[in-house]
Each structure stands twice: as structure tokens, then as C-alpha cells.
Design a protein around this ligand. Structure first.
Ligand SMILES: [Fe+2]
Length: 207
């Protein structure tokens, strides 16, 4: 069975009383998606089986979902607060998206968290602005969602990213040798489906 790696996000970030059930369904999706193997994820992204062990991919590191667009910063702040107070969520951190302004011409936010079952989750939301606002919702979901697969060593991340970027219709979207958490990661983009895959070696573990 092909894995569905995209959370079926609504076009707009839910507001008011719609936030809580939406967050519950997101967390449920994240925990279910985190049960996939690296091979499942590779098959879903590339459309053909690849051997995770040969590529030195050791498992699933995190799942990332697009939440839908927000219209005003107040909408994002309210959403963030609903995440912070959710009893099934811990280790919440947030910051401005670096990729959204550079690649999509609109501001955005990321939220990192851990579910009660220990799944590492990233949420993304972009402001409904400029050309981004007119993109189809399915394209936004594809471009801003991904699964992160663990690479066994930091120095192998670049090699496996470059190797996989040699596949047809696959290109490197981003590469960062070591971010503020000590993570080394690369993002691959499939130009024919707009899907994104991350390869990451986790650095310092979070408390
Ligand atoms: Fe990620």
C-alpha cells in the first residue's frame, strides 16, 4: 500500500473552536505516519523501491505537515497558543521560516513539537500573500510537507543527497551542514510532483 505522507490540510489555518479538533487530527496523523519505515517513505517519494540500508538511512526522524495559510499574525499567534496548551504536546519551539520568503516570496512560521508517543513533528504555515496565495492548496501541501529520514553520519548527508538528486525529476532544494540544533540536513524536491523529502543527521539531542 502506498503511504500517504501528506496531511490533508485545509486551505486556511483553522481559527477559533476549529483549532482543537484540527490539532488532534494532525497529531494522530503524525503518530501514524511515524510508524512508516524508511523503505516505505522512499517508495512513496521515488515511486520505486530503494534499499534504505545501502543508502545508510536508519529510520524516520520526523514528520512535517503544512497547516494551511494564515491571514494575519494574530491568527498564527492564536494557533501557537493552542499548540502550547495541548496536553499531548511537549518540547514546543517556533521560529520564522527561512525557506518560505526565499523560495515562495511570503513570510511563514515553523513549530517543532513532540507528541505524547514521542513523534518529532514540524508544522509549517505561510501567510496568504502574493503569488503564494494563488497557488493550489494541493501544491502548497506538497511543497511545505515532508518526512525526514535519518542518515547514519553527518558527513554522509551531502553524499546521499547528491546521489538521490541524480534521479530523474529530483533536485536539491536546500542543504545545511549544521543548523542551530547541530542537525545536518538536505531537502530534495521532485519537480514533477512538488513533493519534498528530507535527509537528516540529528545533532545534539534536545532535552
Ligand atoms: Fe524537516
Amino acid at each position: 500500500m502506498a503511504a500517504n505522507l501528506l496531511f490533508p490540510a485545509t486551505d486556511r489555518l483553522p481559527t477559533g473552536a476549529d483549532r482543537a479538533p484540527y490539532l488532534d487530527s494532525l497529531l494522530d496523523w503524525a503518530d501514524r505516519t511515524a510508524e512508516l519505515s524508511a523503505s516505505d517513505v522512499l517508495l512513496a517519494f521515488f515511486g520505486q523501491p530503494l534499499d534504505a540500508r545501502t543508502l545508510r538511512l536508519t529510520g524516520l526522524h520526523h514528520v512535517a505537515a503544512y497547516l494551511g495559510d494564515y491571514r494575519h499574525e494574530e491568527e498564527f499567534e492564536a494557533w501557537l497558543e493552542s499548540v502550547r496548551v495541548h496536553p499531548g504536546v511537549s518540547h514546543v519551539s517556533t521560529g520564522p521560516s527561512h525557506i518560505a520568503p526565499r523560495v515562495h516570496g511570503t513570510p511563514g512560521h515553523w513549530i517543532n513539537l513532540r507528541t505524547a508517543r514521542g513523534t518529532e513533528v514540524e508544522f509549517f504555515t505561510c501567510r496568504s500573500y502574493g503569488d503564494w496565495a494563488d497557488q493550489p492548496a494541493e501544491r502548497k501541501r506538497a511543497l511545505m510537507s515532508h518526512v525526514g529520514l535519518s542518515v547514519d553520519t553527518p558527513d554522509h548527508v551531502r553524499r546521499v543527497v547528491d546521489y538521490l538528486a541524480g534521479f530523474e525529476s529530483v533536485e536539491v532544494l536546500a542543504y545545511a551542514p549544521e543548523d542551530e540544533l547541530g542537525h545536518t540536513y538536505g531537502h530534495l524536491l521532485r519537480t514533477d510532483t512538488d513533493r519534498v523529502l528530507e535527509l537528516v543527521h540529528a545533532g545534539r539531542s534536545q532535552p
